[in-house]
Design a protein around this ligand. Structure first.
Ligand code: DPP
Ligand code: ZN
Length: 844
C-alpha cells in the first residue's frame, strides 16, 4: 500500500463554486448524478484534474455538456479539462445494500444512510474527496420513503422526493443523506440572536421513547456553546438520526448528524447512568463540531487533531460544567492511561499530528483525540483562561470558512499572547509519553523540587526533545492545611528546579495537580506522605491519585512478593469513602483499582514480565481484602445511597448509584449474591439491573438472571449488546474464551453489526487474563474473527487489532503465539489496507 506524507501536501488545482447532486435511491442500483462547477485555482502548481472514486460504475460523464471519456482507475479518474471555468456532469451507479464496510452510502435495517469521514464520499460519486475542497451543495433525493434528508435547509419536498440546500461551504466528508421509514422526535431552540431552530431526532418506529434525553442534551449543548464560546448555530434546522449499524460513535455532518444508536438512544429502563453521561457528551461533541470542524475545517487529514483535540477538549469542559469537574477529570485520566498510554508506549505510537499514514481510518486514535485534547488543556493552563478566550475568538474570526492547520491554530495564540510556541509545538510533532520524575530537597524553610523529563525514543520519534510542561503544584502542611496554593510551574528544560521559600515545617508536595500534563510521573514520596495527601490534599484529582498510587504499590508488592494488602492504603480509603461530606461519585472512584492491563503496563515499565494469571489473582485478593476491611461500613454505604426517588439521569442520582453499586460489588463477595439478587428483582432501571446482574454472574449465581434478562430484553438490540458484553467481562479467565465461543453461536450474534461484534470480541480483548490465557486460545479466537470480519468491514477489524499492540510486554511463549496469529492474519489473501497497516505496525 501507498504511504501518504504530510510533507507532500499540495493545494488542489481547482476551485468548486457549486455542487448539485441527484439521487435515485435503490437498494442495489442507486443512481447518483452530479453537476459540479469547477474553475482552475489561480497559480496552482498541479493542474491535473483528478477526482477520487471507488466502487463506482461510471455511466456517463460530460464537460460543458459534451460527453467525455475519462481515464478511470480503482482510485478515481483523470480527464482533460479546459483551462477556464467548466461544468462537470457525471452519472454513477452504486450498490448500497452490498456496502458492508459502512463507508459511503449504505443500508442499515432498511434505511439508507451515509458515512463520509474520512474518505467515504468517493464511494458515492467522483469528487475531489479532500477536506480543503469546500463547496455549497444542493441535493435532490428520489425514493419511496417518508423521510428523505440531507444537509442544510429544506428547499422543497413532495411525494417521494425532497430537495436540500446547504448554504455553508463544506468539504465532502461532511456530506450526509438519510432515507427511510423514520419518526421524528421534535424540539426547538432559539439562539441568542433570536433565530428559531427546529430540532429533530429521527429514529426507527418503536424507539420514540428513547429520544427525550438526547434532545435535552442537544439544547444544553447549543446553549453552552453560546455562553462559553460565543458560538451560535447557523441553520434553520438541526437533525440527528440514529442508526444501528455504524462504525464509530457519531458523525458531525453539517446540519444532519448521524449517530450510532448506542450514542443517542436512552431511557431509564434500557440505559445505565454511564450511558446517559456518554450520550450527553457525544451529542455535545458532534454539535460543537459545527464550529470546530465544520465552519473551520482541516486542510488535510494530518490535521485531524485540529478539530478532534479541540472538540474533545470542549466536550470535556461541557461535561465538567454539567456534572462534577473532579469526577470528569479523574474519569478522563483513567481513560487516557487505559487507551492512550499503551498506544503512545508501543508500536502504534504516533504524534498528535501524524506525519504519514497508509489508511487514515487507522488514525482516529486516542492519541489524536484524547492526547490532542490534553495538549489544548496544557495550552490553556500556560496562557491562562482570559488569553485562551481571546485566542479562540481570534481563531473563529480569522479562520471561519477555511481549511486550516495546526500552524494556524498556534498562530492565534502567538498573536494574542506574544508567546513563542515553537517548543510547545513538539506536543504535536513528537510521539511518546514523557516520563517526569521529581525529587526534593529541604533546607531551613526552603523546599526545592528537582524535575527531570525524558521521553523514550519510538519508531515515530527517534530523538525526542524536551517538552514545555505545565506542572501544577501545591503544598500541604504536616497539620493537613494547605500552605501553598496551586501554582503552575513551567518546565522547559530536560532538568529544572523550582524553589518554595518561607516555609515553617517541611510540607508534602502535591505535584501534577489536576493531571496538568499527560506524563508518567515518578515522585519520591513515602507511603505515609501519600496517605497524608489522600487524607488532606485540596486538589481532588491528586487526592484520588495518591489513593491510586498506594493501590499500585500494594498490588505490585503482592504480585512480586506475595505481600498482603497495604493497611495504610485500606485505612486511607476507608476514611474517604465514609466521609459523607464528599460527593458519592467521587467516593465511588476511590473504591476502584488500577485495571489489570494498567498493572501489566506498570510491571513492564519497571522491567518485569507481567503474568496475567498472577495479576488477576492479586486483583481478586485485593478486592476480597477490601470487602473484609470495609465490611462494617459497606451495608450503610449501600443503603444510604440507594436511590428511592424515581430515576433521573442526573449527576447527583448517578453518583449515589455509583457508590451503592461499588459497595454492592464488595458485599457480594461475602453474601453469595443475596443482596445482588434482591436488587435484581427490585430494579426498575438499567443501572440497577445491570449492576446486579454483573455481580450475580461474577459470584457464579447468575444463570437464572442471565436467562430472565434475555427473555425480558431480547427485542432490544442495545440492551442485548450489554447482555452479550457482560457475560464476557464477568467470565472467569479460565472459561472466557469458551464463553465467547458460545456467545458467538447465539442466533442473535449478528457479527456484521459493529456494536454486537464489539460487545463480544471487544469485551474479550479487554478481558486481560481471559484474552491472554496461557493456552493461546484467546489469541486464536480473536484472530479467527478478525479474519472473518476483515473482508466485510475493514475499519472495525483494523480498530480491534490494537488488542495485540501490547504483545511485547508478555513472556516469550505468549509472544510467539501472538506473532504466529499476526502472521496468520497478515497472510490472508486480499487483506484490507486498514488491517494490513495496523498489523504491520504492531508486528514491527
Ligand atoms: N468526526 C467524528 C467524531 O469524532 C468521528 N468520525 O465526532
Ligand atoms: Zn469528533
Amino acid at each position: 500500500p501507498q504511504t501518504i506524507y504530510l510533507a507532500d501536501y499540495t493545494p488542489y488545482g481547482f476551485i468548486i463554486d457549486d455542487v448539485a447532486l441527484h439521487f435515485d435511491l435503490d437498494p442495489r442500483k442507486t443512481r447518483v448524478k452530479s453537476r459540479i462547477s469547477f474553475r482552475p485555482t489561480p497559480d496552482a502548481s498541479d493542474k491535473t484534474f483528478f477526482l477520487h472514486g471507488e466502487n463506482l460504475s461510471l455511466v456517463s460523464a460530460m464537460i460543458d455538456g459534451t460527453p467525455v471519456s475519462p481515464e478511470v482507475t480503482p482510485q478515481g479518474l483523470t480527464c482533460d479539462v479546459p483551462d477556464a471555468p467548466f461544468v462537470w456532469e457525471a452519472e454513477v451507479e452504486i450498490d448500497p445494500m452490498g456496502n458492508t464496510a459502512l463507508e459511503g452510502l449504505y443500508m442499515s435495517n432498511g434505511m439508507y444512510c451515509t458515512q463520509c469521514e474520512a474518505e467515504g464520499f468517493r464511494k458515492i460519486t467522483y469528487y475531489p474527496d479532500r477536506p480543503d475542497v469546500m463547496a455549497v451543495f444542493t441535493v435532490t433525493i428520489n425514493g419511496p420513503h417518508p423521510v428523505l434528508l440531507s444537509n442544510g435547509n429544506p428547499v422543497s419536498s413532495g411525494n417521494d422526493t425532497a430537495e436540500w440546500r446547504d448554504p455553508w461551504p463544506k468539504p465532502a466528508y461532511l456530506f450526509a443523506l438519510v432515507a427511510g421509514d423514520l419518526v421524528a422526535h421534535p424540539g426547538s431552540f432559539t439562539t441568542k440572536s433570536g433565530r428559531k431552530v427546529d430540532l429533530n431526532l429521527y429514529v426507527r418506529p418503536g424507539d420514540e421513547g428513547k429520544c427525550a434525553f438526547g434532545m435535552q442534551a442537544l439544547k444544553d449543548s447549543m446553549k453552552w456553546d453560546e455562553d462559553v464560546y460565543g458560538r451560535e448555530y447557523d441553520l434553520d434546522l438541526f437533525n440527528i438520526v440514529a442508526v444501528d449499524d455504524f462504525n464509530m460513535g457519531a458523525m458531525e455532518n453539517k446540519g444532519l448528524n448521524i449517530f450510532n444508536s448506542s450514542a443517542v438512544l436512552a431511557s431509564p429502563e434500557t440505559s445505565t447512568d454511564m450511558n446517559f453521561e456518554r450520550i450527553e457528551a457525544i451529542i455535545a461533541h458532534e454539535y460543537f463540531h459545527n464550529w470546530t470542524g465544520n465552519r473551520i475545517t482541516c486542510r488535510d487529514w494530518f490535521q485531524l487533531c485540529l478539530k478532534e483535540g479541540l472538540t474533545v477538549y470542549r466536550d470535556s469542559q461541557f461535561t465538567s460544567d454539567m456534572r462534577s469537574a473532579a469526577v470528569k477529570r479523574i474519569g478522563d485520566v483513567i481513560d487516557l492511561r487505559a487507551r492512550q498510554f499503551p498506544e503512545d508506549q508501543g508500536p502504534l505510537a504516533h504524534p498528535v499530528r501524524p506525519e504519514s499514514f497508509q489508511e487514515i481510518n487507522n488514525f482516529y486514535t486516542a492519541t489524536v483525540y484524547e492526547k490532542g485534547a490534553e495538549v489544548i488543556g496544557m495550552l490553556k493552563l500556560l496562557v491562562g483562561d482570559a488569553a485562551y478566550s481571546k485566542a479562540l475568538d481570534l481563531y473563529f474570526d480569522r479562520h471561519d470558512g477555511q481549511a486550516c492547520t495546526i500552524e494556524d491554530w498556534l498562530q492565534v495564540f502567538e498573536d494574542t499572547t506574544g508567546r513563542d510556541l515553537g517548543q510547545f509545538k513538539r506536543w504535536y510533532s513528537q510521539a511518546g509519553t514523557p516520563q517526569l520524575s521529581v525529587t526534593e530537597s529541604w533546607d531551613h524553610g526552603t523546599l526545592t523540587l528537582h524535575f527531570k523529563q525524558h521521553t523514550p525514543a519510538s519508531a515515530a520519534t527517534a530523538d525526542p526533545q524536551p517538552y514545555v510542561l505545565p506542572i501544577a503544584v501545591g503544598l500541604i502542611g504536616q497539620d493537613g492545611d494547605e500552605v501553598h496554593e496551586t501554582t503552575v510551574l513551567e518546565m522547559t528544560q530536560a532538568e529544572q528546579s523550582f524553589v518554595f521559600d518561607d516555609l515553617g515545617t517541611r510540607p508534602v508536595a502535591s505535584v501534577l495537580r489536576g493531571f496538568s500534563a499527560p506524563v508518567v510521573l515518578t515522585q519520591d514520596l513515602s507511603d505515609a506522605d501519600r496517605a497524608h495527601l489522600l487524607a488532606h490534599d485540596t486538589d481532588p484529582f491528586n487526592r484520588w491519585e495518591q489513593g491510586r498510587m498506594l493501590a499500585y504499590g500494594s498490588l505490585l508488592a503482592m504480585i512480586r512478593e506475595g505481600k498482603a494488602p497495604n493497611k495504610d492504603w485500606l485505612a486511607g480509603i476507608r476514611a474517604v469513602i465514609g466521609d459523607e461530606t464528599l460527593d458519592p461519585a467521587y467516593r465511588a472512584l476511590m473504591l476502584g483499582l488500577p485495571s489489570q492491563s494498567d498493572l501489566a503496563r506498570a510491571l513492564s515499565e519497571a522491567g518485569d514480565t507481567p503474568d496475567p494469571d498472577i495479576i488477576y489473582a492479586a486483583t481478586e485478593a485485593t478486592r476480597a481484602a477490601m470487602a473484609d476491611a470495609f465490611a462494617d461500613l459497606l451495608p450503610t454505604l449501600y443503603r444510604r445511597h440507594t436511590v428511592d426517588a424515581p430515576f433521573e439521569p442526573n449527576a447527583k442520582q448517578a453518583g449515589k448509584r455509583a457508590l451503592s453499586n461499588a459497595a454492592l460489588s464488595l458485599l457480594t463477595r461475602n453474601d453469595d449474591g443475596v443482596l445482588a439478587q434482591e436488587q435484581y428483582d427490585a430494579a426498575d432501571n438499567m443501572t440497577q439491573q445491570l449492576s446486579a446482574l454483573a455481580n450475580l454472574v461474577r459470584a457464579g449465581r447468575g444463570n437464572k438472571a442471565v436467562e430472565a434478562f434475555e427473555a425480558q430484553w431480547k427485542a432490544d438490540r442495545l440492551v442485548m449488546d450489554k447482555w452479550f458484553g457482560l457475560q464476557v467481562m464477568e467470565a472467569d479467565p479460565e472459561d472466557a474464551h469458551e464463553v465467547v465461543e458460545t456467545l458467538t453461536k447465539h442466533p442473535d450474534f449478528n457479527w456484521k453489526n459493529p456494536n454486537r461484534f464489539r460487545a463480544v470480541l471487544g469485551a474479550f480483548a479487554a478481558h486481560h487474563a481471559g484474552f491472554h490465557h496461557a493456552s493461546g486460545a484467546g489469541y486464536r479466537l480473536l484472530a479467527d474473527w478478525l479474519i472473518q470480519l476483515d473482508p466485510v468491514n475493514p475499519q472495525t477489524t483494523a480498530r480491534m487489532c490494537s488488542a495485540f499492540q501490547t504483545w511485547k510486554r508478555y513472556d516469550a511463549d505468549r509472544q510467539d503465539m501472538i506473532k504466529a496469529e499476526l502472521d496468520r492474519i497478515l497472510s490472508q489473501p486480499g487483506l484490507s489496507r486498514d488491517t494490513t497497516e495496523m498489523l504491520t505496525r504492531i508486528r514491527g
